[in-house]
Design a protein around this ligand. Structure first.
Ligand SMILES: Nc1ncnc2c1ncn2[C@@H]1O[C@H](COP(=O)(O)OP(=O)(O)OP(=O)(O)O)[C@@H](O)[C@H]1O
Length: 221
């Protein structure tokens, strides 16, 4: 769950106005939200604040019950381990195999190697990459890289899952599988926010939406 109250965000190098303006939005545990709006509306900026990669310029931000504006670094670092992020540009580590990329969140949690092997094998099979465990990201197609990024974001069963355009490199069948996975995770208690421009997907999977326009919240619910 998370709650933003009157949140504004101005990039340090902003040429135009604020990327987010007085946004207030709350999403409960286990809920799914689309994050919608035209290019430049502020979707990625909102996700960066929720992913604890950027600090709001003003307002109140509560992520998984922690008021993050006042939180110390150690608290933020631990909180991050409970968040999964699928980045628009994947952000895989090119010199680590697909297996090791996906294993990272579990290794950060110091989980036993035998358990890591089991979990990573299972999720990689689920995303259809059971035979590409040793491949380096540059050896994979865009869609394969996106599926590795998705596997890495969910492997540790995060309490909050944030995904920026997670279907843009996937075909329809893979996108459908991904939506099935998201819905299962939400049922298990993960709060999920998915930014997308994929109108067909939103029509196929109707859900509440957070809609932004030029940094302002124009619709919630
Ligand atoms: N690093 C940055 N420095 C300065 N301004 C930025 C930076 N990143 C984004 N912006 C600006 O912040 C505003 C919101 O951008 P953001 O990336 O959050 O939009 P978006 O809705 O995610 O767009 P898209 O759908 O194209 O990904 C835009 O006006 C953008 O130009």
């Amino acid at each position: 769950m998370f709650r933003l109250q009157d949140v504004s965000y101005l990039y340090p190098a902003a040429q135009k106005g604020a990327a987010l303006n007085h946004v207030s939005v709350a999403v409960a545990q286990g809920e799914f939200r689309w994050l919608l709006g035209p290019s430049g509306a502020g979707k990625s900026s909102l996700l960066r604040i929720l992913a604890l990669e950027a600090r709001a310029s003003s307002g109140m931000v509560d992520v998984l019950g922690v008021p993050v504006m006042q939180a110390r670094r150690g608290v933020i670092a631990r909180l991050r381990q409970r968040i999964g992020v699928v980045y628009q540009d994947f952000r895989l580590l090119d010199d680590l195999s697909a297996f090791d990329n996906v294993a990272l969140p579990l290794r950060l949690q110091m989980r036993p190697e035998s358990e890591i092997r089991h979990e990573v094998n299972a999720i990689m099979k689920w995303v259809g990459l059971g035979s590409r465990l040793d491949a380096l990201p540059p050896q994979l197609s865009g869609g394969e890289q996106q599926r590795v990024a998705i596997a890495r974001a969910v492997i540790h069963r995060p309490a909050l899952l944030l995904a920026d355009e997670p279907t843009n490199a996937l075909d329809d069948r893979q996108a459908t599988r991904l939506m099935t996975m998201f819905h299962r995770l939400a049922e298990l208690g993960t709060t999920i926010v998915v930014a997308t421009h994929n109108d067909a997907l939103v029509r196929k999977y109707p859900a509440h939406a957070i809609e932004l326009m030029q940094g302002y919240l124009v619709q919630e619910g």
